[in-house]
Write a protein that binds this ligand. Structure first.
Ligand code: DQA
Length: 148
C-alpha cells in the first residue's frame, strides 16, 4: 500500500447530530453510520481514513494546525461554518494539503446564506447534494489528486 494514502475526514458543527436532523435534507444515517460508510469507501479505494468531528471552531482550527505529517489529503464538511468561518478557511490554507469540500445536501439549492462557501476556492473540488455517496466521489477525486 502506498504511503501517501492517508485522508483526514473532517466534520464540523452539528454533523454529529445526523439522525436527529431533517432526513429529507440530510438522509437517515446516524453520524456513526456515516463514518462507517466513509471508512468502507476509503478502504475499497485503498485509502487510510482518519476521522475528526467537533462542535468547537477553535478545536477544528487546531486540528488543522496539527495535520501536517499525519495526513496526505483532507475531505472536509464544515457544516454551517462553511458559510462564514474565515478562521477555518485560514487554517485549511495553513494545512496546505489537497482538500475536497463535501456537503450532504445541495447547499446551492437551499437558503441564500448556504450559497456562500468561504473554503470553496481553496479546495480542489466541491461535492454537494449526493448524501453519503458524495464522500465516495470525493475520495475517488482525492485518490486521483494524490496520483495513487
Ligand atoms: C451541510 C450544509 C450546511 O449548510 C449545514 O449547515 C450543515 C450540513 C451539508 O452537509 O449539507 O450542517 O454542510
Amino acid at each position: 500500500m502506498s504511503s501517501r494514502n492517508r485522508v483526514d475526514i473532517v466534520h464540523g458543527v452539528n454533523l454529529d447530530m445526523l439522525g436527529r436532523r431533517p432526513a429529507e435534507i440530510y438522509g437517515s444515517l446516524t453520524f456513526d453510520q456515516l463514518e462507517q460508510q466513509i471508512a468502507g469507501y476509503a478502504h475499497e479505494l485503498d485509502l487510510e481514513p482518519r476521522f475528526f468531528q467537533t462542535n468547537h471552531e477553535g478545536m477544528l482550527v487546531e486540528h488543522l494546525h496539527r495535520v501536517e505529517g499525519l495526513a496526505d489529503a483532507i475531505v472536509i464538511n464544515p457544516g454551517a461554518w462553511t458559510h462564514y468561518a474565515w478562521a477555518i478557511r485560514d487554517a485549511l490554507e495553513i494545512a496546505a494539503l489537497p482538500a475536497i469540500e463535501v456537503h450532504l445536501s445541495d447547499v446551492d439549492a437551499r437558503e441564500e446564506f448556504r450559497r456562500v462557501s468561504v473554503i470553496r476556492d481553496i479546495c480542489v473540488a466541491t461535492v454537494k447534494g449526493h448524501g453519503v455517496e458524495g464522500y465516495r466521489t470525493a475520495l475517488t477525486r482525492i485518490k486521483e489528486e494524490l496520483d495513487l
